[in-house]
Write a protein that binds this ligand. Sequence first.
Ligand code: IPM
Ligand code: MN
Length: 356
Amino acid sequence: MKLNIAILPGDGIGPEIITQALEVTKAICTKFNHELTYKEALVGAIAIDKTGNPYPQETHNLCMDSDAVLFGAIGDPKYDNNPSAKVRPEQGLLKMRKELGLYANLRPINTFPSLIHKSPLRPDLVEGADFMCVRELTGGLYFGRPQGRSEDGNTAYDTCVYTREEIERIVRLAYKLAGQRNKKLTIVDKANVLCSSRLWRQVSQEIEKEFPDIETEYMFVDNAAMQIIQWPKRFDVLVTENLFGDILTDEASVITGSLGMLPSASIGIHTSVFEPIHGSYPQAAGKNIANPLATILSAALMFEYAFDLKKEGALIRKAVDASMEQKIVTEDIAFDGKAYSTFEVGNWIVDYIKNS
Ligand code: IPM
Ligand code: MN
């Protein structure tokens, strides 16, 4: 098969982790006889530095012309502490999501037996936890307008907007995923307070009727935040709006043991994007210490979701599991103090794939 992908390394540790994910992708393509072509493009702070635009038109054109996008991370501390910056790296990511129509962000949460000791939660609570968070990605507070400040600068506002159509498509997709898994869907909102959440609940209740074989439950987001930690094994598929999903999935990552392990797939209207859920971790940039596994696992999702190549994705997962069993891991999840570099971990996985 021909695979034509766009590589967007971004900022901070982005270039280091994406290099490893790309090497893994190349190794898989060689192994399974796929023809890989790829091109790199700018996004985030580095794109602002070079072009003034966090998501240049050229980058968008490349994404549109590709079959999948592999994305590193974006963000730079020089913008984080400067609330008056007009152009921000994050705008690049948001613009990309919007322009590619990526309304669904799939964030699988599962545990790795060799990592259970890294979770701050009791092993019996987390062992075997396995659920899928479906985060709406192009609506809500992130995109609602008006957004801004009053003239005197002392009042600021964001707006949470959802249309029926936006809710319908994401909830339907979540139901379909639940149908392929354990047939349980948790719909998370704040319908006791927010008008937009009440529309979510109303539309969801209508769609629920289309899927009688799926067990549906409705849960307020504050309760969900508690239950994810208290009883993670009760969830199968969880669907929620943009900001709630952002927060709940960082929270859910502690179940795994490290934020450095969690991949994601953003899918929708145009080319799908595969990216780790963690940020650009600027303190670690250039040090060759960042965990590349979330990005490598995002490449596995790319094979599965963008190309329907299940064996390829499975081999990446097997290699990642083996690296952890052999304790070839970076410092965030290191065992007994022995840590390997970003490059060493990636390289070990590439060798595993070549030799399997
Ligand atoms: C994520 C990130 C982004 C988000 C930031 C970098 C804009 O936290 O992908 O979860 O909030 O969506
Ligand atoms: Mn986030």
